[in-house]
Design a protein around this ligand. Structure first.
Ligand code: PMM
Length: 277
């Protein structure tokens, strides 16, 4: 899928959100130089690639315009690529993906899985770049009004397959499609746990699977203290536990905010996997 990246274990994708309002790290890396430095720290601590995003997708988030998104992500992508870092761009806009690929990004990570911008899959096809297609129903402002499923895992998988088929119809090479069940996107906390318990159903789709549980609200809910959600900056141990389980279940990559523990975890999962292969 990506030359130069490990093939024998689950990959670790470090997150750099260049946003003022992401739930997990909003406002911390808004300045390009700080964001690049943080991306390099993630790589130094074990990330295989770095996911750069300029638009928050937390529940309820409003969209930003294209010019602002470009202003946030391009200098960070260029800065990281110049240091030899493999970068994915977390965007729902084909125009932003195109400029990011031109700046050296290697993967498009579209949380809408091609649904938000009808040009996205054609762009990925033209560029020949790998693309992450995440299960997605609605923009973040309203997505949590759309958490009804008749059969959770089967419905998510079927909807994701529609997204995959649309991408292939637009010319994307199936070998360059990565799927993601989209934890927290039109899903309740309880539904996230069910999805995680059935990752095999997504692995069986025949594409590499990306799992992004890191610091999400359902972990804060699990770890409530005195009735309060565990704060985002103290959800990393639980995030690593999920990364370990996801890697053991066959995930291709885990997306995390803190890379060093995840980097160890995926190696443990790979080593154990050898014993059961
Ligand atoms: N979640 C977020 C952002 N980007 N990309 C993929 N592929 N899958 C996800 O679940 C996902 C994503 C939101 O969380 P953040 O604040 O950690 O970026």
């Amino acid at each position: 899928m990506l030359p130069g990246l490990a093939q024998d274990r689950c990959l670790v994708m470090g997150v750099v959100n260049v946003t003022p309002d992401s739930f997990s790290d909003g406002g911390k890396w808004l300045d390009a130089a700080t964001a690049v430095r943080h991306g390099l720290e993630l790589v130094a601590s074990g990330a295989d690639l770095v996911d750069v995003g300029g638009e928050s997708t937390r529940p309820g988030a409003l969209r930003i315009d294209e010019a602002e998104e470009l202003r946030r992500v391009l200098p960070v992508i260029s800065g990281l690529v110049a240091q030899g870092v493999a970068v994915s761009v977390d965007t729902m806009r084909a125009s932003v993906a195109e400029r990011s690929l031109a700046a050296g990004a290697a993967i498009v990570n579209d949380v809408s899985g091609g649904r938000a911008d009808p040009e996205m899959t054609a762009l990925a096809a033209r560029a020949g770049s790998p693309i992450v297609l995440m299960h997605w129903r609605e923009h973040s402002r309203t997505m949590q009004n759309h958490t009804h499923y008749d059969d959770l895992v089967a419905d998510i998988r079927a909807e994701l397959q529609v997204q995959v088929d649309a991408a292939v119809a637009a010319g994307v090479d199936p070998a360059r499609i990565i799927v993601d069940p989209g934890l927290g996107f039109s899903k309740t906390g309880a539904q996230n746990w069910t999805v995680l318990a059935h990752l095999d159903a997504f692995v069986a789709m025949g594409h590499p699977v990306l799992v992004a549980a890191s610091r999400k609200r359902f972990l804060g809910e699990l770890l409530r203290e005195d009735g309060e959600l565990r704060p985002t900056d103290r959800r990393d141990a639980a995030s690593t536990a999920v990364a370990t389980l996801a890697a053991a279940a066959g995930a291709w990559c885990v997306r995390v905010h803190e890379a060093s523990a995840a980097a160890d975890a995926v190696r443990v999962a790979a080593r154990l996997g050898k014993e059961t292969a």
